[in-house]
Design a protein around this ligand. Structure first.
Ligand SMILES: [Zn+2]
Length: 385
């Protein structure tokens, strides 16, 4: 097994967080929703008062409580929601240390944060992107056909935010256009209309993203990416941006074999902190320089797979095999199960792990058939959790 076990992981990263409060959720991509909420309640209880409350916002399709936090006594209002896609938990994990930091910072008196930490608990419990009615909540901004979508839109309407942060995970398929690097995190100032005009709201979001990108790059070799900005009114971020509220899409990605996304949790935390600092500084935004700097952030492409096995003998020739992990939740454990997804896939330029059979004096010990689960003792390709 190439991956560190959970116990090592906890020790390794406990210095980043408060281990007593964070322990139930920080060590895994998947966490038990009820444990998460009670941990959050513990943090909030320490500060409880008029400007630090957690309430039930409403119910999911399956009747689970969806919560919101209202934190801070200031005047700048930010609406933050995470995990509208149930299987995207990294940013939710970042919210924990972010909330602790915020409650202990001077920004508490400058801001009022309205945070929905898990918008889609049903999806979290089944580890699906969609909600319990198999609807992608990020394509429901116009129809508002799902209770979770209505809750978010109502929060937007009643809270009247000055800014919105829309928090997600991205898959391991993203890389730089040249395929040299995976994408650690990416960001988007969504389009506000079909012509993708740089409206004042978009410009403001671009400015914040530029600061975030520069900040994360300072002490790391990670590549920060820019998400595609085709307009889709069914997406929540596009809709809120079109209503004139600067909205930022945060996408927690992954480079190398950080499948628990520990490093990304930390980078998203830093991104959120930087956004808070930038907005508070209220610096003038240059309408020429900001878009040009924003567009110089690396665009992302789908050109990675999880494991690429190159030069595998097959008949008289050789082939390249791409493998992707499927995330399977069983008895509260999230398993990463490798499947063969492509043979000589032109789109795949790189992988989070590469095995070159020219350098290996061993044969593959599985059948080359697309869609098959791949377990290989000779190449150390295993299910892990
Ligand atoms: Zn998402």
């Amino acid at each position: 097994m190439r991956y560190i076990c959970i116990t090592d992981f906890k020790t390794l990263h406990s210095n980043l967080f408060n281990p007593t409060i964070m322990a139930p959720i920080l060590d895994k991509r998947y966490f038990v929703y009820e444990d998460f909420i009670s941990s959050l309640d513990t943090v909030i209880a320490t500060f409880k008062g008029d400007h630090c409350v957690m309430n039930e916002l409403g119910k999911s399709v399956l009747g689970d409580s969806i919560y919101n936090l209202q934190l801070g006594s200031g005047s700048i209002k930010i609406l933050i929601w995470s995990q509208m896609h149930g299987n995207e938990s990294t940013t939710t994990r970042s919210l924990f240390p972010f909330i602790e930091w915020f409650l202990n910072s001077d920004y508490f008196h400058k801001y009022k944060l309205y945070i929905i930490p898990v918008l889609n608990p049903d999806g979290l419990k089944k580890w699906t992107r969609e909600n319990a009615n198999s609807v992608d909540l990020n394509r429901d901004a116009q129809d508002l056909s799902q209770p979770e979508s209505v809750l978010l839109k109502t929060a937007f309407g009643t809270f009247k935010p000055d800014y919105c942060f829309n928090l997600h995970d991205q898959r391991t398929i993203y890389g730089t256009p040249d395929g040299q690097h995976g994408i650690h995190c990416s960001f988007l100032s969504p389009a506000a209309n079909k012509t993708r005009d740089i409206t004042p709201a978009r410009l403001s979001a671009m400015n914040i993203i530029n600061h975030i990108a520069n900040h994360i790059k300072v002490d790391s070799n990670h590549v920060i990416g820019r998400y595609g900005d085709g307009f889709n009114a069914n997406c929540v971020g596009d809709t809120f941006q079109s209503l004139g509220v600067p909205t930022i899409l945060f996408e927690a990605g992954q480079d190398d074999d950080d499948y628990y996304r520990t490093e990304t949790v930390h980078s998203i935390l830093k991104s959120l902190q930087r956004a808070i600092e930038v907005i508070a500084s209220n610096d003038e935004v240059d309408s020429q320089k900001v878009p040009s700097e924003y567009h110089s952030i690396t665009p992302i492409e789908t050109n990675f797979c999880d494991i690429l096995i190159k030069n595998v003998s097959s008949g008289n020739s050789t082939v390249d095999l791409s493998i992707m992990y499927r995330e399977v939740l069983q008895d509260d454990i999230l398993y990463f199960v490798p499947f063969l997804t492509g043979v000589n896939d032109d789109k795949v330029k790189n992988a989070h792990r590469i095995i070159d059979m020219r350098l290996n004096d061993i044969a593959v010990d599985f059948e080359i058939s697309t869609g098959q689960k791949i377990i290989s003792n000779s190449l150390d390709i295993q299910i892990f959790y």
